[in-house]
Design a binder for this molecule. Sequence first.
Ligand code: SAH
Length: 473
Amino acid sequence: MDFFPVFFSLKGRPCLVVGGGSVAARKISLLEKAGAEITVVSPDVCDEVQRKLDHGEIHFESRHFEESDLDNVLLVIAATNDRSVNEKISRSAQARNIPVNVVDNPDLCSFVVPSILDRSPVMVAVSTGGASPVLARQLRSRLEAIIPAAYGRLAAMVESFREQVKQRFDNKARRHFWEEVLSGPVAEMVLSGHDKEARERLQEMVDTADSSAPLGEVYLVGAGPGDPDLLTFKALRLMQQADMIIYDRLVSHAILNMARRDAELVYVGKAKDNHSLPQDQINQLLVDLAKQGKRVCRLKGGDPFIFGRGGEEIDQLAQAGVNFQVVPGITAASGCASYSGIPLTHRDYAQSVIFITGHLKDGTLNINWQPLVQENQTIVFYMGLTAINEIRTQLIKHGMDKDMPAALIEQGTTRNQHVHRGTISTLPDIVNESDVRAPTLIIIGKVVELRDKLDWYEPAKHTQNTEFSKHKN
Ligand code: SAH
């Protein structure tokens, strides 16, 4: 973070603008909106600034900048077209710890002026840290489209009820109350211009709401295979309203960053054979937290019901009478297939696909191999790295062509995705030679050849920085 975002109160506080051109005029307008007490210093001014001087309550000095202009100033904006003057202002201001902005010159700034979406009292500020003001403006336009002007009125209405609500509810109940108000009919009414009805409805809600702490619940949420863009809207919404996020190894940092800012994050494992919290204790933890009234998001890689032990977790929740919801996620097979150019089914190559776990139980693989080896069928192994030798031997023994195309997809859908292409015979060597680590998915079948026919652009390379730590399976 190069710049720390804050919102300054400038009401009645002395601010200095050096310069009198159209750039200065824009900054003066902004400072006027914030109610600052403005002084402009410039030997000459353009018409626009002159109009402001004529109409506004602006103090004006018709001369060059002097060191003493900085006395008692809360912040300064340098908007002259003379670089050496701008540099001097920047140096002097910084020597006195006065925040300084030199327009279009990030090197000389101790603060940058963001692109602003003003829905007072709601304020959205976008900054690229000076890297690209145009990009910041474009982002602001997009936000403009999704944050209607009525949000300002909504915020003002909420503010006028704040004290009442504070008296009536304790901390946690209060947050739940406001979440319900802001995502329910009251907000809709304001957004559609029915402010009076919204106010009445909100008053009714305050008067009749149950002010006791709400019951907790658990959201069992699939976080997808890695790329945060593969989260569902529902997953994101629940992550943002949960008090706690209980996550495991397959959930990337980029995804965790999207949780509610003050949510508590708890890591519960697990790398294979290194369960940081045994499954039964995870189950119990979810029950306990919900009973304390917490809204708990149990975040799992991929889909919670595909090799995710989601079934065991909800079983215990149901027995304990805890409310829960399950949110599906994109499973590793879908994610890895799409991001590596391997369609899992294809009219000419595979009419069926099997998802199977290669996880060893007590050191052995307990698999019925014969049904796996079928014409025109794709096999996807989850957790298959440790047993790769056994998988290869058994498939060939049960009749699979030893040159059957196969692929290992390591850290699929993340920026570190690596696709290792081979055949069923060569997989174990690839694992050893390329030091392939978990999470890795194995896809076996003729569909793997299709990747070679496509000029694949590897979408994973364009995803956000999604880190998984490397583990030996
Ligand atoms: N519930 C998860 C699977 C959990 S089992 C899902 O639906 O995807 C863990 C296994 O999933 C890993 O050993 C690996 O085989 C596979 N896996 C999960 N995420 C992966 C990824 N990003 N890339 C490759 N394989 C992945």
